[in-house]
Design a protein around this ligand. Structure first.
Ligand SMILES: NC(=O)c1ccc[n+]([C@@H]2O[C@H](COP(=O)([O-])OP(=O)(O)OC[C@H]3O[C@@H](n4cnc5c(N)ncnc54)[C@H](O)[C@@H]3O)[C@@H](O)[C@H]2O)c1
Length: 370
């Protein structure tokens, strides 16, 4: 019996999560899968009611789970960043989900590319360091001191920044940080993922020609791990990678990226598939609680219109089952998505006219019949 916390969240989050849960229900009916689900009210509505983002009670409940199944957060009534930082980023940090897995692949003829060659890439993005640590500040009138405290499970760093001259205007900065320990554990995960995928080579993205310190250590750690394990790697600068992804994505298998570049490249990848609504991701702590979600946000422009594509959320359930060791059931979900696509049962973002729940039903029809 797996314990799974369900956080539908805001906007289209509840609409797509309910389709994912329908698919999981169907699997429970037709396989040995058993889940105990606990739904949590975390998101904009509760924040507007009570000012709560992620409470200690939430953390206590989530800690007891085998996995978290998440919809989306974000609401036009709440200033940008409050929910994203206060809930999503906090959750990734609190549960130390240091790997972000985002597979992208071509689906039948839905890809945006003219190139017909099928592609299937697993992006593995370092999820806790780089430029997304909240390590920034603003000097007003070019003056002042900004003490930065970066506290993580692995270390506690303090950096004191002081403006040396007052003859400049306002300036702002955001610091990118990599720690050897943070990189080693991420690189270890990448190596074992590559092995499990039956590959002997993978691609590592960075911008080591410009950010020589930040990505110098990044390369050093990957080189060491590659020499130790015999798994070969190629380094690519992020700008070249963006071009190659559009030109010949079929040449990539596993791609490891730092936090910020991975964020951007995987959205490009999501669109190459045909729609952002198709993309799923896992925020993984291999020895802790991991969280699975569609990549898209709360899409306030289509909420309540039955237009939300549920494939991303359904495929997030697939990633969750694979993470829990139920690989065959994950494959069944993926085949169910393909089956719905083949029948043309897709939402308007993929050029169809089906509703969110009709798409979910089409996936279930396949899942129940296998
Ligand atoms: N993981 C998350 O929870 C997450 C991720 C991204 C954005 N957000 C938040 O979501 C809110 C809206 O952000 P945004 O508009 O930049 O991004 P978004 O992903 O919500 O929407 C971008 C565009 O894609 C469309 N879209 C998204 N998901 C879709 C789906 N499943 N089916 C069909 N179309 C879909 C939307 O209609 C919109 O036109 C903001 O508050 C943002 O901060 C949350």
């Amino acid at each position: 019996m797996f314990k799974v916390a369900v956080i539908p969240g805001d906007g289209i989050g509840p609409e797509v999560v309910s389709e994912g849960l329908k698919v999981l229900d169907a699997l429970e009916e037709t396989s040995s899968l058993r889940m105990q689900r606990t739904e949590l009210d975390i998101g904009a509505s509760r924040y507007l009611r009570s000012g709560e983002l992620l409470t200690e009670d939430d953390v206590a409940t989530l800690t007891k789970q085998d996995a978290i199944y998440f919809g989306a957060i974000g609401d036009p009534r709440v200033p940008t960043g409050v929910l994203e930082r206060g809930i999503l980023l906090t959750m990734r940090t609190r549960f130390d989900q240091y790997v972000n897995l985002r597979p992208i692949r071509s689906w039948l003829n839905f890809s945006r590319l003219k190139n017909e060659a099928p592609f299937n890439i697993a992006f593995l993005r370092e999820n806790t360091e780089d430029f997304y640590m909240g390590a920034g500040g603003i000097f007003k009138g070019g003056e002042g001191k900004v003490p930065l405290r970066i506290k993580r499970t692995m270390y506690d760093i303090r950096i004191d920044l002081e403006a040396s001259s007052s003859d400049v205007e306002d300036f702002a900065f955001e610091v990118g940080i990599h720690s050897r320990r943070g990189l080693e554990r991420f690189a270890d995960f990448v190596m074992s993922y590559v092995n499990q995928a039956g590959l002997d080579e993978f691609t590592v993205v960075d911008k080591a020609n410009v950010c020589t310190s930040l990505y110098g250590l990044w390369r050093e750690v990957f080189r060491e791990k590659s020499e130790k394990t015999g798994v070969r790697l190629e380094f690519m600068f992020v700008d070249a990678m963006a071009m190659a992804l559009v030109r010949n994505p079929e040449r990539f298998g596993v791609v490891a990226t730092p936090n910020m570049f991975g964020d951007i490249l995987t959205d490009l990848g999501a669109e190459l598939q045909g729609s952002l609504g198709l993309s799923a991701s896992g925020n993984i702590n291999p020895s802790g609680v991991s969280m699975f979600e569609p990549v898209h946000g709360s899409a306030p422009d289509i909420v309540g219109k039955s237009k939300a594509n549920p494939f991303g959320a359904i495929l997030a359930a697939k990633l969750m089952l694979e993470h829990l060791g139920m690989v065959e059931l994950g494959k069944r979900i993926e085949s169910g998505v393909e089956s719905a696509m083949k029948k043309g049962i897709v939402t308007p973002d993929l050029g169809g006219s089906s509703t969110t729940s009709e798409v979910g039903d089409a996936v279930i029809e396949y899942v129940m019949c296998v």
